[in-house]
Design a protein around this ligand. Structure first.
Ligand code: TXA
Ligand code: MG
Length: 411
């Protein structure tokens, strides 16, 4: 992998961006680039060969459509088969959203004209395409310099948590792509909100960086409804039967999610009804790292305050491994703490690794994927996560991703 590190202060940022842009125009291998949500794996959305390269690099099924990233509204109007200055080109329903949230973490569905400038692989056979204007200056510059819209999914290997740092991309795609633009950690940390305003009422297809409450405050979007499953439909049957999990956003470790409705937290004592011998119990060998003593990870948020009720003894800062990229892995750079894991007889049966993402919902979103990846890197068997409340803001996106990552949900 030829890596160009162009932030925070590299002088040759422009040269690096130009090189990446030229590469995008001619190569069929995608380029990883930062956005404010997560890192994307970009290709020229107008060339089939280029877009096919994305599916090949990610190992992603090609029936899942890609988001088209544009640098400005001129570019988008042309994709709609209209003049670049045609103010009426974009369906008027979207005007308030575009004014308020673009550039930013919002994807809108638009009709794909026939004939279309987009390669057919972008839309996976649908009559619509998803478009977004990212706010990351690097992403915008890259699209502008390439002069073409970029189709880009998240730059993770299919099924892994989305990457929020360049190193995450490298871990997943090393050897499969040649260029990763490193723009530092992503500010939002979860993907864009996907909305469909072509139907009545308009719907949210995927919760993300923009919450329902913000959407509903825009004229024309007061009665937008959720078209994704939230807790009430999805998490009811708890704990969810092992093996029934979605293969999505998953670390290697097994994830046990405690919904905010669950009365007890995790106190450092291994719950006797949690089968941490996971390999045999869930019949899913790769979901445990299979060694003894047990290694448990805890991702703490609003309820499981650091230290509160923890019976695992004093938590010590856990030294980072000797890998070169330790300092850039967790984003923001949370401290990982370490303590004893006990069974309910009080015997030490393993090690506990603890990450506190804090109370602030935005910061929890920002750190979520990197925390899952950080614990995976430490060969954890099972990760216990403290779920958060709220379906109106970015908490909805956090819980949506966690429910998909979890093999067990306690509610
Ligand atoms: O924040 C993001 O959106 C990131 C960054 C890189 O921009 N991208 C991203 O892409 O998350 P991806 O491919 O991982 O997710 C795209 C989502 C999928 O849920 C897909 O089903 C939906 O957008 N999508 C795209 N086009 C669609 C369409 N025409 N109709 C319905 N859903 C669509
Ligand atoms: Mg993705």
């Amino acid at each position: 992998v030829e890596e160009w590190r162009i932030l925070p202060e590299a002088k040759d940022a422009v040269a690096a961006l130009e090189q990446a842009a030229n590469y995008l125009k001619t190569s069929d291998t995608p380029v990883a680039f930062p956005t404010e949500t997560v890192y994307g794996l970009g290709a020229d959305a107008t060339r089939s060969g280029s877009v096919k390269g994305i599916y090949a690099a990610k190992g992603r099924p090609s029936d899942n459509p890609l988001i088209v990233h544009v640098a400005d509204l001129h570019m988008l109007r042309e994709l709609l088969g209209k003049e670049r200055d045609d103010e009426e080109a974009i369906p008027s329903r979207y005007r308030t959203l575009i004014d308020r949230f673009w550039p930013g973490p919002l994807t809108i569905l638009l009709p794909n004209p026939q004939p279309s400038k987009l390669a057919p692989e972008v839309t996976a056979g649908l009559t619509t395409f998803g478009a977004r204007m990212p706010s990351s200056p690097l992403a915008l510059s890259l699209i502008k310099l390439a002069g073409v819209p970029l189709a880009a999914p998240s730059a993770n290997a299919s099924t892994k948590p989305s990457p929020t740092a360049a190193q995450h991309v490298k871990d997943d795609l090393d050897g499969r792509i040649e260029i990763i633009l490193d723009g530092g950690p992503c500010q939002v940390g979860v993907e864009s909100t996907v909305v469909d305003g072509l139907c009545e009422p308009p719907v949210v297809l995927r919760p993300g960086g923009i919450g329902l409450e913000e959407l509903r405050s825009c004229p024309g979007w007061e009665n937008v409804v959720k078209a994704y499953k939230d807790h009430s439909e999805e998490g009811k049957a708890a704990p969810r039967a092992p093996g029934m999990k979605y293969k999505h956003y998953s670390p290697k470790a097994r994830v046990v999610l405690y919904e905010s409705t669950y009365k007890d937290g995790f106190d450092g004592v291994l719950p006797s009804d949690i089968g941490v011998t996971g390999a045999t119990e869930n019949g899913n060998a790769q979901k445990t790292n299979g060694h003894s003593p047990k290694r448990i990870g805890v991702i703490r948020t609003q309820r499981w305050k650091s230290g509160a009720g923890l019976e695992c003894g004093a938590l010590q800062p856990a030294p980072v491994d000797s890998d070169a990229h330790d300092d850039e892995y967790l984003n923001p750079a949370y401290q990982v703490y370490k303590g004893d894991l006990k069974n309910n007889q009080g015997e030490v049966i393993g090690e506990l690794f603890d990450i506190d993402l804090g109370q602030d919902t935005k910061r929890i979103a920002q750190g979520l994927f990197s925390a899952l990846r950080e614990l995976d890197r430490r060969n954890i068997d099972t990760i216990f996560v403290d779920g958060i409340e709220g379906e109106l803001d970015i908490a909805a996106a956090v819980m949506n991703r966690l429910r998909k990552a979890a093999s067990e949900i306690r509610s």
